[in-house]
Ligand binder design. Structure first.
Ligand code: FES
Length: 175
């Protein structure tokens, strides 16, 4: 091998090693967020029991930081939950529903007569216990887990906020 060849090969090898050293962390940086679990469920305190009237649904916004693959956003509304206080003696003092319609994800509202939930997008309707009132939604409103913590006479109602796949007959949590 001539001295010229030696320098040519040496430069190529060195260049390849330096490129690899720069490329590996770059690729790892780009792929890293894809491996992270996003949108996992969290529990939010929403109301005291005394703030809810039996049988009258009340909506609560969930406010939190949001994160997508590469960006952290400041706190903002990320969803809505409906709480329905049950009659005294019921197994669950409060029932919570995800406000996203299981049909295509629009926000479900309370009907003007306050005796049912309605979705304005394609007219899905639900009873106050979340059962479908017509054949439009593929399943009932998605119930969320509720915890009552604090003094038994007026506990704080905490809700595990999750999202579920729309257009499915089964309630499938989104990761
Ligand atoms: S999204 Fe609610 S009825 Fe279609």
């Amino acid at each position: 091998m001539t001295r010229r060849d030696f320098y040519t090969y040496g430069t190529m090898v060195l260049g390849g090693l330096m490129s690899a050293a720069l490329a590996v962390p770059g690729v790892a940086y780009l792929l890293d967020p894809l491996g992270k679990r996003r949108g996992s469920a969290r529990v939010y305190p929403l109301a005291k029991l005394s703030e809810l009237e039996v049988g009258i649904p009340r909506s609560f916004q969930i406010v939190d930081e949001r994160q997508d693959a590469w960006v952290n956003y400041p706190k903002e509304p990320i969803g809505t939950v409906w709480l329905v206080r049950q009659a005294p003696g019921s197994a669950d003092p409060v029932i919570a529903f995800q406000a996203e319609c299981p049909h295509l994800g629009c926000a479900v509202n309370l009907a003007p007569e306050k005796n049912a939930f309605r979705c304005p997008c394609h007219n899905s309707s639900f009873t106050l216990s979340g059962t479908p009132g017509n054949k439009i939604p593929p399943r009932g409103m998605d119930r969320l887990d509720v915890e009552a913590t604090g003094p038994p006479q007026d506990p704080t109602i905490r809700v595990k906020f999750e999202r579920f796949r729309s257009q499915s007959e089964r309630k499938i949590p989104l990761a």
